[in-house]
Write a protein that binds this ligand. Structure first.
Ligand SMILES: Cc1cc2nc3c(=O)[nH]c(=O)nc-3n(C[C@H](O)[C@H](O)[C@H](O)COP(=O)(O)OP(=O)(O)OC[C@H]3O[C@@H](n4cnc5c(N)ncnc54)[C@H](O)[C@@H]3O)c2cc1C
Length: 275
């Protein structure tokens, strides 16, 4: 693999590959629509399998939901309540890989604090939960990616977080997850996909999906939003990674993929802090 930059030239190469595919050039094996984290990961997976891959985004890499997340890389502590140990273990393993190997420059440890109001049962309940969380994380071979949890006394909590109101909390449990620079992670994954041979173009919107006589997807029409030019491409497979725009792209293909995406408004809960 030779590291590649995402430049105007590499964008043009992607557009050229798309138009060449309909003019007797190599057919695109996989066209990935959407350059959020799902599309970037899909393009990387596809390129590393040796498939002729192009990923496009109508705007910029991570311009959709992938740039506006809470930026957490977590194992899903709350899923332990549902006894989904397999899911939590898998997520914790991925968290560990991101922290230590895949993107240690973009994924950083982040401490969380669970304040306690009841001395015995809350310490036992939350303590058991985070002990299991740490244990599942540490099943991964190699060095530990994050510190293990700690119990804080009322005094310890006051020392560590002097600005909190300390009249109600009798202490806390402190545990670790991680935080990610989400947009840079997506751009890095796209760059890695390009380094493995994928082609990538921003400001390129899929405006039509073409089908053959048998009704099978055989190509797409894309619009270069910089010039307004339309490009017809011959493709073997289209993968729709457009998140909340999934239905719009499904409409282009005139399919009901059996999946309905309902837009939901992100919200932040505000509540009085009692510690
Ligand atoms: C408030 C909030 C907080 C979250 N917090 C976290 C968190 O802390 N940790 C976590 O892991 N996950 C979190 N998530 C979930 C995570 O952000 C999403 O699951 C993820 O970003 C979805 O990525 P995506 O690639 O599927 O979609 P998107 O990032 O939305 O990408 C879709 C892309 O498709 C492009 N597109 C659309 N139509 C076309 C077209 N016709 N042609 C070309 N391109 C097109 C768009 O421009 C867009 O860039 C959060 C989500 C929300 C809403």
């Amino acid at each position: 693999m030779k590291a590649q930059a995402l430049t105007a030239k590499s964008r043009q190469e992607a557009l050229d590959a798309l138009s060449a595919s309909a003019e007797g050039g190599p057919v695109i094996d996989v066209l990935v629509i959407g350059g959020g984290v799902t599309g970037a990961g899909t393009a990387l997976d596809s390129a590393t399998r040796g498939l002729n891959t192009v990923v496009v985004d109508a705007q910029d890499w991570a311009s959709g939901t992938s740039r506006w997340s809470t930026k957490l890389v977590h194992g899903g502590l709350r899923y332990l309540q549902m006894l989904d140990f397999k899911l939590v273990h898998e997520a914790l393993t991925e968290r560990g890989l991101l922290l230590t190997r895949i993107a240690p420059h973009l994924v950083k440890p982040m401490p969380f604090l669970i304040p306690l109001e009841h001395r015995i049962w809350q310490r036992a309940y939350y303590g058991a939960g985070v002990t299991l969380y740490d244990a599942l994380a540490n099943l991964m071979p190699g060095r530990r990616a994050l510190p293990i949890h700690q119990h804080r006394s009322r005094k310890g909590l006051a020392k560590k977080f002097p600005d909190l109101k300390h009249d109600q909390a009798i202490g806390a449990v402190e545990y670790y997850d991680a935080t990610v620079d989400d947009a840079r992670l997506v751009a890095t994954i796209v760059r890695t996909a390009v380094s493995y041979g994928a082609k990538a173009a921003t400001r390129t919107q899929v405006v039509e999906i073409l089908k053959d006589a048998a009704g099978r997807v055989s190509g797409a029409v894309l619009q270069d939003l910089e010039t307004g030019n339309k490009i017809t491409a011959k493709v073997n497979h289209v993968i729709n990674c457009t998140g909340v725009w999934t239905d719009d792209v499904g409409t282009l293909a005139k399919t009901d993929g059996g999946l309905n995406v309902l837009a939901s408004r992100a919200f932040t809960l505000s509540c009085p802090v009692s510690v």
